[in-house]
Design a protein around this ligand. Structure first.
Ligand SMILES: Cc1cc2nc3c(=O)[nH]c(=O)nc-3n(C[C@H](O)[C@H](O)[C@H](O)COP(=O)(O)OP(=O)(O)OC[C@H]3O[C@@H](n4cnc5c(N)ncnc54)[C@H](O)[C@@H]3O)c2cc1C
Length: 286
């Protein structure tokens, strides 16, 4: 199929972008990497009156270190994040997760802002943003706002973004002393995950001082496993601790079922990921 006819705009500034978003309201759609929007247009699942291409907005693709942390612009491509030395140094979790996003061709076009704004429950970046305690910056005609990633994702394809607002950056606070791990299970490499885990732990000798465990693909939005985090905190990761974390996790996950996998399968996979990722994180230290 071909897309329904639409007007095409390519603004050169944020002000122009906000004017266009105000002019078209619900009938205008932002185009970033196009890896989700273009298929939706082609299948006529989306039929906006206007497509507003933000790819020429200056400076939005930068990755830089600022006093508040690592700032990744909304137009940074997944591939740029994957290979950035700054990301490897300041947010290694993202460097681990990015190779799991689709295939290389998709990563050369897909953007950080697009992935955050789309809020696919099986996407890697939203779960990493929550695990990293990151902040999402967005702007609209009335100025800029920022919100913790943990509060940004509200449900399936639903975020705190309001009409007329544009995601401008992901801000990751300094994370010295944290170890990062990412794994996911998918039917084929490049497919959306059936379940994934973005994890960070801070160790004090062999004891877990702090843990952030955020699952993807097992809920309407990234799922922070606070119960399992609590169980692991203050303990050495041994068989007993892992068994207790599994019990806590079983009580806090309520995964959906679909053609790709049942709730029971997703719960099972989440447990496997918990063991694999946490064990690898602890063992990597010695
Ligand atoms: C075959 C295939 C496999 C894929 N596999 C994965 C995968 O495993 N994991 C994964 O995470 N993704 C996957 N994707 C999606 C891909 O990562 C996209 O890059 C991502 O979903 C959207 O980013 P985009 O820049 O392409 O956004 P677009 O497609 O351009 O836009 C997506 C939506 O976000 C809105 N939007 C875009 N940018 C902004 C912004 N700055 N502010 C506000 N709204 C904005 C658009 O209006 C649109 O509604 C896959 C895609 C394909 C085609």
């Amino acid at each position: 199929m071909k897309p329904a006819p639409f007007e095409y705009h390519r603004p050169a500034s944020l002000v122009e972008t906000f004017d266009l978003l105000a002019r078209y309201g619900d009938d205008g759609r932002i185009l970033a990497g196009g890896q989700s929007l273009v298929p939706a247009l082609n299948m006529r699942l989306a039929t906006p009156r206007a497509v507003i291409d933000i790819n020429r907005l200056p400076g939005l693709d930068a990755i830089r270190v600022a006093p508040e942390g690592l700032v990744i612009g909304a137009l940074a491509r997944h591939e740029a994040v994957e290979h950035s030395p700054l990301v490897r140094e300041h947010a290694p979790l993202l460097a681990l997760a990015m190779p799991h996003v689709g295939h290389e061709a998709i990563r050369t076009r897909g953007t950080v802002g697009g992935s955050l704004a789309l809020a696919d429950p099986a996407a890697e970046l939203p779960a990493c943003a929550v695990a990293l305690d990151a902040t999402i910056r967005f702007e609209g005609r009335r100025g800029g706002r920022e919100i913790a990633a943990g509060d940004f994702f509200r449900g399936i394809y639903t975020t705190a973004l309001e009409p007329g607002e544009l995601v401008t950056a992901l801000v990751i606070p300094p994370g010295a002393g944290w170890r990062s791990g990412f794994q996911e299970l998918a039917r084929r490499h490049g497919d959306f995950a059936l379940a994934g885990l973005a994890a960070r732990v801070r160790l004090d000798r062999d004891v877990v001082a702090e843990a952030r465990l955020v699952f993807l693909g097992v809920g309407a939005a990234p799922v922070r496993a606070r119960g399992a985090e609590r169980v692991l905190t203050g303990r050495r990761v041994d068989t007993d601790a892992l068994a207790a974390a599994h019990r806590a996790l079983a009580g806090e996950l309520d995964p959906p079922g679909d053609v790709h996998g049942s709730p029971a399968l997703r719960r099972h996979l989440a447990g496997i990921l918990l063991t694999r990722v946490v064990t690898a994180l602890v063992e990597a230290r010695s």
